[in-house]
Design a protein around this ligand. Structure first.
Ligand SMILES: [Fe+2]
Length: 343
């Protein structure tokens, strides 16, 4: 399998090719037209657009650009992004030409982070970087899980495995598992507890436009279509667990379940909560007047993974709805709790 980096910048996009077939990994929206040209120049057919995780530092492809590329978008099952076509799990493989790409779920930077193992190499996303690791202080981050993924999974790959990270800020191209195991200062000689303490104490500034990137990427809509909720406001929305919501729904005076996903998700694989009202995120603001009857009632906002619904809940709060909560982990958590759904 041939691997090429296309951006020559801090954010890396990789093109994988094998026997005339191609996969584009972590494309950046503003470079979209150059990807089209590069695919044409190499005379390869694009089979997949793969995102190693939900990015906070750049705009990912939107629905229209994905359609122009004509290939399905592949992300881990925990991805909150509505325009994903193919959700994959740990250990799954994707056929590319004569070879395969294997998914290694590596949560920590985000819950949906994954690494891609290809012959002789591994694309590590923002999990393992050259002499570093992806920050774990964004919503959903988990330093302990990242330590487990790196030391328990990646460091068990052969030492000579080439590591291609999603970022490098010093212009280096790649490293190897053996070198990182021996010399990466975040991991070498450090216990899990020490790693968690180190990561939780980094105190990194939030990158520019993180809110915009996250909310646009997670909603599948454009920046001018999305009303930005402040990160701090999102954090202030009460969070409720799936089991507690199910119990409340059986009690007298049940809450309204407001599902803000797309219609095809509502009736798709994960189904929806019985009696849920579907108002897709992009239509929510417009339809607020119709929800006026619920202004003093309990509302539980639901989406796939709990990210879009956090923004929707914040929007409802600002609009004067007083008793709004967000379903923690969304329909993915509902499914994990084996609670009943309709499709
Ligand atoms: Fe990232």
């Amino acid at each position: 399998m041939r691997i090429e980096e296309l951006n020559a910048a801090n954010c890396r996009t990789y093109l994988l090719t094998s026997a005339g077939r191609a996969a584009l990994v972590d494309p950046v929206r503003e470079r979209f037209s150059s990807y089209l040209r590069e695919l044409a120049e190499r005379r390869v057919e694009l089979d997949y657009v793969i995102e190693t995780h939900t990015h906070a530092d750049h705009l990912m492809l939107n629905r229209q650009l994905k359609q122009e590329l004509g290939a399905p978008m592949v992300m881990h099952r925990e991805s909150p992004i509505p325009i994903v076509d193919d959700h994959v799990c740990d250990g799954e493989t994707l056929a590319l030409g004569d070879e395969t790409i294997e998914v290694i779920h590596s949560p920590g930077h985000t819950p949906d982070s994954m690494c891609l193992r290809i012959p002789g190499a591994v694309l590590t996303g923002d999990t393992l970087l050259i002499g570093g690791s992806g920050r774990t202080d964004f919503p959903g981050g988990d330093a302990g899980a990242q330590y487990d993924a790196v030391t328990g999974r990646l460091f068990h790959l052969p030492d000579e495995t080439i590591v291609w990270p999603a970022h490098d800020y010093k212009g280096r191209a790649s490293t190897t598992i053996g070198v990182e195991k021996r010399t990466n200062p975040r991991f070498a000689g450090r216990s899990r507890a020490e790693y968690v303490e180190l990561m939780n104490g980094l105190g990194l500034p939030f990158p520019d436009r993180v809110q915009e990137a996250l909310q646009v990427n997670q909603s599948g809509f454009e920046a001018d279509e999305v009303r930005f909720a402040q990160v701090t406001e999102v954090a202030a929305v009460p969070v409720v667990r799936a089991g507690d919501v199910a119990r409340r729904l059986r009690a007298p005076d049940p809450p309204l379940v407001l599902d803000v996903r797309e219609p095809e998700e509502f009736t798709g694989e994960l189904g929806h909560v019985e009696g849920a009202l579907l108002v897709p995120m992009d239509a929510l603001e417009r339809r607020l007047p119709k929800l006026a009857g619920f202004v003093d009632r309990d509302i539980v906002v639901v989406c796939r993974a709990g990210a879009r619904s956090a923004s929707a809940a914040a929007l409802l709060q600002r609009a004067g709805f007083k008793r709004v909560a967000n379903l923690d982990g969304g329909m993915l958590a509902w499914a994990r709790a084996s609670l009943p759904v309709q499709r």
